[in-house]
Design a protein around this ligand. Sequence first.
Ligand code: PLP
Length: 425
Amino acid sequence: MSKLALLGGKPVIAKPLPPYPSMGKAEEEAVREVVRSGVLSGFYGSPGPEFMGGPKVKTLEAAWAKRYGVGHAVTVNSATSGLVAAMGAIGLGPGDEVILPPWTMSATAMAPLAYGGIPVFADVEDQTFCIDPESVIANITLKTRAILAVNLFGHPAALKRLRKLADDRGLYLIEDSAQAPFASEDGRRAGTVGHIGVYSLNFHKHIHSGEGGVCVTDDAKLADRLRMIRNHGENSAAEMAKGDLTNLVGFNLRMTELSAAVALVQLANIDAHVARREKLAKALSDGTRDLAGWTVPAERHGCRHNYYAWLVRFDADVVGVSRELFSKALAAEGFPHFIGYVAPLYRLPVFRQRKAIGRDGFPFTLSDRTYEDGLCPVSERLHEREAVLFEPCAFDADDALADKFVAAIRKVHENRKQLNAAGKA
Ligand SMILES: Cc1ncc(COP(=O)(O)O)c(C=O)c1O
C-alpha cells in the first residue's frame, strides 16, 4: 500500500496536464484564407443571396447536413442561440409549457423563457442521466407544447420513445445535443430524431470554432423559420416568405465566416476527435469498473456514448468514505475531476422567485408551476451525493496518462480505510 498524496505520499500524477490540442495547421490556414478574403461575415439582414450567409457558412451547412443525413443544417453563433431559435421556430408562445430536465446547462431552460414559455422539469434516469420518459408523461398537460430532451454528457436520451410520445400527442421534440455531436441510438444520430436538434461548437466541446452552433431539421418550414429568426427575418418576410413566416421576431444569431471555416475543418475530423474522447473514457471505465461503490457510466443497449463527460456514481456507504473526502484524495493524486455537475436548475433564482422578464414575474404570471426542492429527486441525489465527473474533452491523454488516471483512482480506493481513519482523526 503506498501512502496517499493527501496524507503526505507521492502523487500518481505530478505534472500539469496537457490540454487537448484542438487546433492544428489546417484550422490556421482556413482562418488565414478568410482573413485574406476580407469577408469575415457574409450575411446581410435583408432579402437577397447574402441573407443565407457567406461562402464558408453555406459550405459548412451543406457539409453538416450531408454528414448528419438531414435535410437542413442552419448555423448559428452558439447552441444557446440555436435553442432560442428552435423555440421561436415551433411558434412557442407565452404560457406554453416545455418539458425539460433540470440536470443540464442553464441554456436549455432559458430558451423557452425567451418566448414567455414555461419550463416544466421532468426528472432524469439514474443510469443515463437523460430525461426520463415516464417523468415526461407525468408532466404533460393541455399546455404542453414541446419536450426539450438533452443528450447529456454525450449519451442519447431515449429518443425514439420520446419522438413517439411527442408524435402521439401532437407535441414537438427538440433535442439539445450540445454535448453529443456524434452519439446515436439504434443507428440514428442524436440530434436528428427530434423535429429540431441543436449542436454546440463552443470551446469546450468535441469539435469547436470558438463559439458556434448548428441546428438540424428535416422540416423545410422549420428550417425557413430558423433562418428568419437568425437574421432579422422581419425585414425579409414579405419578399422571402414561402407560406406563413410571420409570427416571429428576428435576431442576429449569425455565424461568422471565421467560425465556419474552422468548423469545416473540425467537421472533417469529427470521427477522430470523438473517437479520442471515447477511447479515454473506455480506458477509465475498464480500469475502474470493478471498484465497489464506484459505478462507471452505463451505455444503453444500441447507443453510442460520446463522453463529453465521464460521470461515475459514487456510493459513500459502500466505499466507507464521504464523496468530499474521496474527492480531496483524488485531487491530491492529480486526477482532475468535479463532484456534482450543476444543481437542479429549478434552484436558480429565476425559478425560485418566479421572475424572468419584467417586474411582475412574467411569464410565471401565466402559470401555477412552482419550483421547490423534491421536484426531481434523482437529479438532486445525483448532484448532491453521487456524481464524480471527469471531462475527457479537456485533456490530451495518451494511453500512459489514461493508465495514470486509473492508477490514481485505484490507489485512493485501495487506501480508503487509511483515508477514512485520517478523515476522522
Ligand atoms: C447541454 C448544453 N446545452 C446548451 C449549451 C450551450 O451551448 P453554447 O455554449 O454553444 O451556447 C451547453 C454548453 O455547455 C450545454 O452543455
